[in-house]
Ligand binder design. Sequence first.
Ligand code: CU
Length: 328
Amino acid sequence: MVATRFWLPLDISSHGTAIDNLIAYLHIFMAVLFIGWGIFFVYCLIKFRGGPGRRARYDDIKAKPSKYAEVVVVAIEAVLLVGISMPVWASYRADPPKDNPLTVRVVAQQFAWNIHYPGPDGKFGKTKPGLVNEVTNPLGLDRDNDPNAADDIVSINNFYVPKGRDVVVRLTSKDVIHSFAVPLLRVKQDVIPGMEIPVWFKALETNDQVREQLTRRVQVPTDPAGIEDFANEHRADVFMDDFGKNADGKPIAVAGGWVTDELTKALGAAGVTEIDVAPKDPVNIQCAQLCGLGHYRMMGQMQIVEPAAFQEWLDSQSGGEEEFFEDE
Ligand SMILES: [Cu+2]
């Protein structure tokens, strides 16, 4: 809780609190160690320094207190590892959830995330490297010969999941090592070509709820020169409210719309001085391994929605070749 408030991003994951507490304990203990050893170091520099008629000492210190300090440090480290880290890791990583999880394959490539859903039959279709077409069939799904593949759904960079349900992600890569990282869900796992590695999470909030929490009030620039900078700064943001109407009765800015320089200008002209904005896609999927020249743009979005809306989205994806372009 404290950690989220001061230095970690928002936590919307069912296992997030345990991870955040662990990070906080480690930092507190490391701070204590850092200060303690720092003081001891300076003490030794002064106490054993050389001077007129005296050589600096390099040999072991035989005193008992330093030995006891070592033992205490080792004991605390053992508690951190065995008592705190390992239980968190065991409960989070040991067994995938079995209670009706949503299972999805995620295939990383330079520089995109291919999200593969099994479709209504619940079975992943076969993929063949020879069928890969980067435009129409990035996974090489064998839709013609494998009945399981016919209804599979592939989405690029847009990972739809329902709120409140366990999601098991089977991670693999088409080319190099990537890392599937979703900071808000406290998930990070290396993605290795030739291996399939499972990772799982349960999202406790939808994107709409996250956006509400990340809403911030900003000043509309009055100086026309500042408008371009303002729009640049907020290029990933949308309006959170409707803002007024212009002279002919048309709305100026509507909730959910992008913050652009035209709209900012129009708002300024209409006398609006403050607006509420929030990130359009607040839950990012990042690649956490430097995987090539385009690594920086290997960014996907989690679309966490209510279960009913998720089902609607699934139904709208017919399982064909065209649906990629809707998501782009
Ligand atoms: Cu990558």
